[in-house]
Design a protein around this ligand. Structure first.
Ligand code: ADP
Ligand code: MG
Length: 586
């Protein structure tokens, strides 16, 4: 009698524990697949019926269990993976709580069959709602098969809260994709109601795995990330803007091979993509963070989706820098140092568009500088002096066909027709320059020979006054004097003599609309976007061939992202193959 009562209590405890860990069929799959990975499996297959509500089967070719271990494994807090408290801080395996199997067995009908390497026979066991029903020898190969039938049959409340089979199956499929990405050397199979959804063989590299899992349109738009700071490393793939997705679900992150959903990491990813994504669009990213086990606490959440870092700020910077570098070629924090040398030509480019004659633009730029840049614009592709950093000059190789309505220009190469949004491209180049200038230690300012005096009404003057520091940060030299008067004594190097009055009027308009409430960083970005937009070329019909050529060269030199600061694409490619197909030429 005493025995029976004890058993019930044990059962209740298990069920409570299961409630923490096992929320839905996906949670079962997660625990079982983790066990298979820990068991050293080379291939893991997962089959589900009715979204896992009727059946979940996980089969592996891992180390298997001895008959004795089968009993132990089904008891709570029995684990072969954790010897003592101190192991907790350096957890290398996926499972470590020793409660998953017992928990699952307490809320389902669980059937297990397994065999290890030894001479012991294969063994099978059946547990129903936490009660052993059957346990006997069986003929089976090395490895383990666990079937979970009728999940939550004895927890009707939980069963009621499950979604439809399709949605539960989607959760599971997402999960298996994550496992497959984190463990390329393991083969994964997944079937839903007998239909194969995922089937990837063991592979050597993550590249191959990404290839196997994602369609061409995704693969063709990926940049590789590899970035290290001290002992922390970021690797993986990010979608090159304008490639984007409709939700943050397309950002998959892993910490020491565990799939995590972490606010900090997501924010760091978004920070890198600020001004590279259109509003309402999200990046695509598969990111692996590796950090010494003692510097991350994965034991925060029973399902182990959340983590706690010892140095959260450093991890966030690692992610932002690494992602940014993958997309842009240099890290977020490096931007100011790295762009400047490449960018000497920009000022000339801007000058040639500002509508001013050379004499006018020399108000700001030394003339000889212009001349030098003019020559270099037609120089052979860079990279010849150092074969190690070979660049492929995509833009410079395009032939110019002509200007189209709006700010579009038409170009082509051997493979494709290209429509370039000249305004958007120019805007991007200017915006980057602005951001860099403001991040640089000392912004590049050119003093105006004659200061320009601007007078505003008091409301406008106040708005401008409140944001003078942002302007001066970005290379302007503006001083207030009197109540409503300002003297513009200098402008950023790229400015090139556009009408300051027009610029300041529209800037103040922006400040009055958004400025007073916005935080400084967002506001700064908004101002830069507007500055870039203001100064970028709008009318393309009067462009000369040379001017177009120069823009193309800038785009190559800068190797910039192919979106404007509002996230809109700067070019559209129409492959001749596609055109031929559409024209019925096979
Ligand atoms: P944990 O994974 O935290 O140790 P579990 O309840 O998930 O706890 O598993 C208990 C034990 O059962 C494991 O430590 C392992 O020894 C054994 N085990 C579970 N699944 C497998 C498997 N697929 N192959 C071999 N051993 C397994
Ligand atoms: Mg486990």
């Amino acid at each position: 009698m005493a025995n029976r009562i004890r058993l019930l209590e044990e059962n209740v405890i298990n069920r409570i524990a299961a409630g923490e860990v096992i929320e839905r069929p996906m949670s079962v799959v997660k625990e079982l697949v983790e066990n298979s990975i820990d068991a050293g499996a080379g291939v893991i297959s997962v089959d589900i019926d009715q979204g896992g509500k009727k059946l979940i089967r996980v089969r592996d070719n891992g180390c298997g269990m001895s008959p004795d271990d089968v009993f132990l494994a089904l008891e709570r807090h029995a684990t072969s993976k954790l010897q003592s408290e101190k192991d907790l801080i350096s957890i290398a395996s996926m499972g470590f709580r020793g409660e998953a199997l017992a928990g699952i067995a307490s809320v389902s009908e669980l059937r297990l069959s397994t065999k290890d390497d030894s001479d012991s026979p294969g063994w099978e066991a059946q547990v129903e709602g936490g009660v052993f029903r059957k346990s006997n020898e069986t003929g089976t190969g090395k490895g383990t098969v666990i079937e979970v039938h009728r999940l939550f049959f004895n927890v009707p409340v939980r069963r009621k809260f499950l979604k439809g089979p399709g949605i539960e199956a989607d959760y599971i499929q997402d999960l298996i994709v994550r496992f497959a990405l984190a463990f390329p050397h393991i083969g994964f199979k997944f079937t839903e109601d007998g239909r194969t959804k995922i089937d990837v063989a063991p592979m050597n590299t993550i590249e191959e795995r990404v290839h196997a899992l994602y369609p061409k349109d995704v693969r063709n738009n990926l940049a590789q990330a590899d970035y290290q700071v001290d002992k922390a490393r970021l690797t993986g793939f990010v979608g090159k803007p304008p490639f984007s997705r409709s939700s943050m679900k397309s950002v998959l992150t892993f910490v020491n091979k565990r799939s995590v959903k972490d606010r900090l990491i997501n924010m760091a990813v978004n920070r890198a993509f600020a001004n590279l994504m259109e509003r309402g669009k999200y990046p695509f990213a598969i990111l692996f963070i590796e950090t010494p086990p003692e510097e991350v606490d994965v034991n925060v959440h029973p399902q182990k989706a959340e983590v706690r870092f010892m140095n959260p700020r450093e991890i966030a910077d690692l992610v932002t820098d690494g992602v940014y570098k993958a997309v842009m070629g240099f890290s977020f924090s490096e931007r100011s140092q790295n762009i400047y040398p490449v960018f000497r030509g920009r000022s000339n480019y801007q000058a040639s568009y500002s509508g001013g004659s050379p004499a006018e633009s020399s108000r700001i730029f030394p003339l000889d500088h212009n001349v030098e840049v003019l020559h270099s614009a037609f120089a052979p592709p860079v990279g010849t002096e150092d074969p190690g950093v070979e660049q492929t000059p995509y833009f410079s190789d395009l032939s110019y066909i002509g200007a189209l309505p709006s700010s579009f220009i038409l170009l082509h190469n051997e493979e494709e027709l290209v429509i370039l949004d000249h305004h958007a491209a120019h805007e991007r180049l200017l915006f980057d320059e602005l951001m860099d200038a403001s991040n640089a230690e000392s912004p590049q300012t050119q003093t105006l020979l004659i200061p320009e005096i601007l007078t505003f009404n008091s409301l406008e003057a106040r708005a401008l006054n409140e944001h003078l520091d942002i302007l001066n940060d970005s290379g302007f030299l503006v001083e207030a004097f009197g109540d409503n008067d300002f003297a513009v004594k200098g402008a950023p190097e790229w400015w090139g003599g556009s009408d300051l009055r027009i610029f300041f009027d529209s800037l103040i308009q922006l400040l009055l609309e958004t400025g007073v409430t916005g935080n400084t960083d967002t506001l700064k970005t908004e101002i830069y976007k507007s500055m870039a937009c203001q100064s970028a070329v709008k009318e393309t019909s009067s462009l000369s061939r040379e001017e177009v050529k120069q823009l193309l060269k800038e785009l190559d030199d800068k190797n910039t992202v192919q979106v404007c600061p509002h996230g809109r694409p700067i070019l559209l490619k129409l492959p001749f193959d596609e055109i031929r197909r559409k024209m019925g030429r096979k």
